[in-house]
Design a protein around this ligand. Structure first.
Ligand SMILES: NC(=O)C1=CN([C@@H]2O[C@H](COP(=O)(O)OP(=O)(O)OC[C@H]3O[C@@H](n4cnc5c(N)ncnc54)[C@H](OP(=O)(O)O)[C@@H]3O)[C@@H](O)[C@H]2O)C=CC1
Ligand SMILES: N[C@@H](CC(=O)OP(=O)(O)O)C(=O)O
Length: 337
């Protein structure tokens, strides 16, 4: 039975939303505890009308816990997940640390729900830019087999956590007032600027964020032959990642067919009327769980190419919503046994 929960990293940007989503979606539970680092231990959180004290994460935190949803930095996830598994708990982890490990399913419920059953205690939720892209790719891949993807991202500052959000707001105020501002999350000023680097230098001139989009996409589809060419850019938008996605398929898919496939797909909302100025924009997609798609058109440079615009709330579908959906999948599957 999955009825005793722990939320690890409960005070962070993603953790806050996980709490909100569990309330919104009336997630069933008997007990719940909220864990964070020593810094936040002792602070109070109200959840479903009850006040809880945040506890410091320790090896003993998982006694009697059935599911832990973790949204901590990689180093903390590397440490706590084995403690939880040892205590008999299933971990759903948001961090990058476990995603590419063997025996750790990387799950997006709209794309590869069956993978959830292959876990040995740890299930990973993908990188936020990858998640929205694979949700969009899924119906096209099923219909026409995607061979190649060229993607450019426009990533919001909330992707870098609470301090990323602060760097945009406080940095913008400082620029407007002619003051100096010391960034906490970014290497360069983000207000009134674009930064074409997310993560560290990783492989052949690609960053770690970009290589996550390559490797995680292949793992989720179970197909290493899908080629992905990503460019990840940080933009001065507080929330929601946007992407231009160009796919090349084995058989041609017309824009009309793609629209129909997107409209039928789970977790996708189409907003696509260029003449009327209607397309997804971060300000409209924030606080929503779906992946939004617009500007669907033929790629004029490629025989079987299709291109479109895709926006999704990186903290929701890119992180918290996806993790809570995985937990719901576990609960549903258990109920069905
Ligand atoms: N933001 C996004 O769009 C996405 C984020 N993710 C991943 O989710 C994870 C969390 O990201 P985000 O919420 O943005 O980050 P935040 O920095 O906003 O939050 C981090 C959380 O982890 C806790 N924490 C940090 N160090 C430790 C530790 N040593 N032991 C216990 N708890 C610790 C913090 O607690 P305290 O308050 O005590 O510091 C806080 O609750 C990261 O791995 C990130 O890569 C994944 C997809 C998208
Ligand atoms: N790096 C992403 C968010 C994130 O945390 O990704 P990951 O969980 O793969 O480190 C961003 O900054 O937008």
């Amino acid at each position: 039975m999955y009825e005793n929960l722990a939320i690890v990293g409960a005070t962070g940007a993603v953790g806050r939303l996980i709490r909100q989503l569990l309330e919104e979606r009336k997630f069933p539970y008997k007990t719940i505890k909220f864990l964070a680092s020593k810094r936040s231990a002792g602070t109070e959180i109200t959840f479903n009308g009850t006040t809880h004290t945040v506890e410091e994460l320790t090896p003993e935190s998982f006694e009697g816990v059935d599911i832990a949803i973790g949204s901590t930095p990689d180093e903390a996830a590397a440490e706590f997940a084995p403690w939880a598994v040892k205590a008999g708990c299933v971990v759903i982890d948001e961090s990058g640390y476990w995603r590419m490990k063997e025996d750790v399913p990387l799950v997006v419920p709209e794309v590869n729900p069956e993978a959830v059953h292959n876990h040995k205690g740890i299930i990973s939720s993908p990188n936020c830019s990858t998640t929205q892209m694979v949700v969009a790719m899924k119906p096209l891949h099923e219909a026409g087999k995607i061979k190649r993807v060229v993607v450019s991202t426009y990533q919001a500052t909330s992707g870098a956590g609470v301090v990323g959000e602060e760097d945009l707001i406080n940095g913008a105020k400082a620029v407007l007032n002619g003051d100096t501002y010391q960034n906490k999350a970014f290497a360069h000023q983000i207000a009134f600027n674009l930064i074409p680097q997310i993560g560290s230098e990783k492989y052949e001139g690609y960053t770690s964020e970009e290589m996550k989009m390559v490797y995680e996409t292949q793992k989720i589809f179970g197909d290493d032959s899908i080629k992905v060419c990503p460019t990840c850019v940080r933009v001065p938008v507080t929330n929601c990642h946007s992407e231009t996605i160009m796919v090349e398929t084995e058989r041609p898919i017309s824009p009309a067919e793609a629209r129909e496939l997107f409209e039928k797909a789970e977790g996708i909302t189409v907003v696509d009327n260029l003449g009327a100025g209607e397309y997804p924009m971060p300000k409209d997609c924030s606080n929503k769980n779906d992946v939004f798609i617009g500007r669907i058109r033929k790629d004029l440079s490629c025989e079987n190419g299709l291109t479109f615009w895709c926006v999704s709330d990186n903290l929701r579908k890119g992180a918290a919503t996806n993790a809570v959906q995985i937990a719901e999948l576990l609960v549903r599957t258990q109920a069905a046994v």
